[in-house]
Design a protein around this ligand. Structure first.
Ligand code: PLP
Length: 468
């Protein structure tokens, strides 16, 4: 493809995306494809000769689009969102266009230094502890996901607790980790991958608002230590996946500090709320954290994938992950004057993800981002009010931000029926969880283009679906 042809086709693709943005609202939110539908429409083998670009775009419409669940629909209220925006998409395109692999500072200084600058900006934008700034002992790095961030935190915690012996000799089965019963499954996955083993993960009891009980964490750590085990890592969550519960960071952090346990805070979804000073109360105690992550790819208009991971002491992380083979040696690294982000995560290679985040922040500005976060929180408040006042539904958990958990007053069968019927309309998509053993619907409001009319339409659909 010559640059001239690229220019022409590029315009067509951007046009395709722009018209997708215009019509996504009218498409059934949840894909109606049955298993194998898309697979069977795709040829079993690749073409021997190159095909015209038009036919690829045609297949995108005819074959691929029916198999898409429209995460960017304003009526997507499922899971947590993966919202996006024009500037983010363009940033990703620029990233692809530059085709940089930024494993070392020297493989593209701008890839590293722009990332450092943007992550430092975010410390101020979100009111994060100064310890996370790259100008001190800590620093931030972009990872693909919160799962990877938790894994890196766990690995650094493991090494700190064993004075780097587990890197050399493997785990000896004595290391233990802690998270609440409401923590995301990525913590358990990290515990497995890091070699601690699921049996060494203690799931700590929560209170009636689904937040971790600090005294239970302290008891669990002390009991393990008394039994000769080595507690190394505890994860708290700011905004749990099931119900948006806020673990009490200060009390939990104090428990960990007093016992020398690495304290990781997972703010994957709700971390973005801290753009607004009035929502920062949830972060009280974050200054006690050894590491923290949040996902701009959930609520900060930056398309998947983009997780910001911060550590208070980068030396522990780097020493855990750094291996320097001859073929990566270079003068800049040896000078000690640069950051090589390959030492901050599991993969060696890395994309220039900071570009999309940079474009988003510069496009919206801090005030613009706050405006949308406040809008979503207000919409969730409005929805919660309708639930509270309704005859059919009841709230299942507090609503601190933009997730409303609710259920049918008549029980699980009625809740399930409501969910299935509402999703089958194609007019909206929401998902469920279990809270207190009861089936619960989760209305997660953070679509970039979601407006009050979409939330109201979803409410009407749900009420209709709730009828016997
Ligand atoms: C609180 C929390 N932590 C972690 C994750 C995992 O996110 P990721 O897909 O970035 O690994 C999620 C996903 O929804 C989450 O809600």
């Amino acid at each position: 493809m010559t640059p001239e042809e690229f220019r022409r086709r590029g315009r067509e693709v951007v046009d395709w995306i722009a018209s997708y943005m215009e019509r996504v609202e009218s498409l059934p939110v949840l894909s109606r494809a049955a298993p194998g539908d898309i697979l069977h429409r795709l040829p079993a083998g690749p073409p021997d000769r190159g095909e015209p670009f038009e036919s690829v775009l045609r297949d995108l419409d005819d074959i691929v689009l029916p198999g898409i669940t429209h995460w960017q629909s304003p009526s997507f209220f499922a899971y947590f969102p993966a919202n996006a925006s024009g500037p983010a998409i363009l940033g990703d395109l620029l990233c692809a266009g530059l085709g940089v692999q930024g494993m070392l500072w020297s493989t593209s200084p701008a890839c590293t230094e722009l990332e450092m600058r943007v992550l430092d900006w975010l410390v101020g934008m979100l009111g994060l502890p100064e310890a996370f700034l790259s100008t001190g002992q800590g620093g931030g790095v972009i990872q693909d996901t919160a799962s990877s961030a938790a894994l890196c935190a766990l690995l650094a915690a493991r090494e700190r607790a064993t004075n780097f012996a587990s890197n050399a000799r493997g785990c000896d089965g004595r290391l233990t980790a802690y998270a609440s019963t409401q923590a995301h499954s990525s913590i358990e996955k990290g515990v497995r991958v890091a070699g601690l083993g699921t049996e060494r993960l203690r799931l700590v009891e929560v209170d009636e608002e689904y937040a971790m009980r600090p005294e239970r964490l302290a008891e669990a750590i002390d009991k393990d230590r008394a039994a000769g085990l080595v507690p190394c890592f505890a994860a708290a969550t700011v905004g749990t996946t099931s119900s948006n519960a806020m673990d009490p960071l200060r009390a939990l952090g104090e428990v960990c500090r007093a016992r020398g346990v690495w304290f990781h805070v997972d703010g994957a979804m709700s971390g973005t709320a801290a753009l607004c000073p009035e929502f920062r109360t949830f972060q009280d105690g974050l200054d006690l954290a050894d590491s923290y992550c949040f996902n701009p790819h959930k609520w900060m208009f930056t398309n998947f994938d983009c997780d910001c991971f911060y550590v208070a002491d980068r030396a522990a992380l780097i020493r855990t992950l750094s291996i320097l083979p001859e073929y990566l040696r270079n003068k800049a690294t040896e000078s000690g004057a640069v950051v090589d982000y390959r030492d901050w995560h599991v993969p060696l290679g890395r994309r220039f993800r900071a570009l999309k985040l940079w474009l988003v922040i510069r496009h919206y500005g801090v005030e613009g981002l706050r405006h949308h976060v406040r809008r979503h929180v207000a919409l969730a408040g409005e929805f919660a009010g309708w639930v509270r006042a309704s005859a059919e539904f009841e709230l299942a958990a507090p609503v601190p931000l933009n997730l409303v958990c609710f259920r049918h007053r008549e029980g699980d069968d009625a809740t399930r029926r409501t969910l299935d019927r509402a999703n089958a309309t194609g007019r909206m998509f929401l998902t469920h969880t279990k809270l207190g053993g009861r089936l619960t619907l989760r209305m997660s409001i953070a679509g970039t283009t979601t407006e009050e009319r979409h939330v109201r339409a979803a409410w009407d659909t749900l009420r209709e679906a709730a009828k016997p």
